[in-house]
Write a protein that binds this ligand. Sequence first.
Ligand SMILES: [Zn+2]
Length: 100
Amino acid sequence: MSDKQATEVRLDRDNGRVLITWDDESRLQYYLDDLRNQCPCASCQGHSPGEVEPPQVKGVLLMNIAEVGNYALKFTWSDGHDTGIYTWSYLAKIGQPVIA
Ligand SMILES: [Zn+2]
């Protein structure tokens, strides 16, 4: 089974969220605080569950979205953090369905 790929990544500033459209036509949303706090990097999540206190940032802004290869996204946050690599499979797991 191959992972879903994103076909469109959009920052919806007005609603403070990122919208991702996938190649199976589904769409998921990510509120910025949640997305920041679920940063998968080792300094945010530790190398094993419970090793570090996960971040609890509030009111963060997204400064930049960059593609990493064709398998992941990297976000630059207004708190200066930018080391998290969010793979498509991770994003597909943490996204919330968009209720139209
Ligand atoms: Zn992080």
